[in-house]
Design a protein around this ligand. Structure first.
Ligand SMILES: [Zn+2]
Length: 251
């Protein structure tokens, strides 16, 4: 019965509408967790706790109201406190936009902001990261969080990111790093059923792939930088690293 209702729901409403309804549900949920113990920097509200999230549930992960995760809050704090993102005039391309962050960035008058995804239902423009439909040297900032594990050809994707970023621009990359893997696994090296949704598991050598793609890479650990008390208060998780990529100057 539940399956039939779900099917009817899916056939009547577009994916965009369903996502909107999803987030209305979250904002109602937020009222039940109002408090002062933790604060979500993305919706600027405080709660008794962050909620568990994930196939294997992580504690203190999802904001009760806007449903942002640790990595989204890390990215927001980094952009707000450590970059010119909130005040300079910037051309921005945001891949696989997180709902809450996209909402905030679209309203920012200083940004010429475009979100892109292979699925046009979840972004402003359909964009394939392996063949980005923009001219060379076009963007000041590209945000690419938790995308590269899901892309068939990562080398091509990095080459395209390098092509469309301005020489002094910043490509901000995040991904799930499997700390028990020293070298990234892909293709036939992925054997588990749970791996079927992804093309690779990034290991501790991830930054080397970015360097081979033509970038100088700085690895930023925002949780470590703000200290343990703030990291807990803002629900920043552990080892949600930012890989800040700048175009290497060809010698
Ligand atoms: Zn929130």
């Amino acid at each position: 019965m539940l399956l039939i209702i779900k099917k009817i729901y899916k056939s009547i409403l577009s994916e965009k509408t369903r996502i909107k309804l999803h987030y209305i549900r979250f904002s109602i949920r937020g009222y039940f967790y109002s408090g002062s113990k933790v604060t979500c920097v993305c919706c600027n509200k405080s709660f008794t706790k962050f909620l568990p999230y994930g196939k294997v549930k992580r504690e203190n992960a999802a904001c009760p109201s806007c449903n942002t995760l640790e990595r989204n809050r890390v990215l927001y704090l980094y952009l707000r406190d450590k970059t010119n993102f909130f005040h300079d005039q910037l051309a921005v391309l945001h891949f696989a936009p997180e709902n809450r962050l996209e909402k905030i960035f679209r309203k920012m008058k200083n940004l010429h902001y475009i979100s892109g995804d292979i699925n046009p239902q979840v972004a402003m423009k359909q964009v394939d990261i392996q063949s980005i439909d923009f001219p060379d040297n076009h963007f000041d900032v590209i945000i690419c969080s938790h995308v590269l594990g899901h892309v068939p050809d990562e080398v091509k994707a990095l080459s395209e990111l390098r092509r469309v970023i301005k020489p002094d621009g910043s490509v901000i990359i995040m991904t799930k790093i499997y700390n028990d893997i020293s070298a990234t696994l892909e293709g036939s090296e992925l054997s588990n059923a749970e791996d079927q949704e992804i093309f690779r598991k990034h290991g501790k050598d991830f930054h080397e792939s970015l360097q081979r793609g033509g970038f100088d890479v700085s690895i930023i650990d925002v949780a470590e930088e703000v200290g343990n008390a703030a990291a807990v208060k803002y629900g920043l998780g552990e080892k949600e690293l930012i890989f800040l990529c700048k175009r290497k100057v060809k010698s």
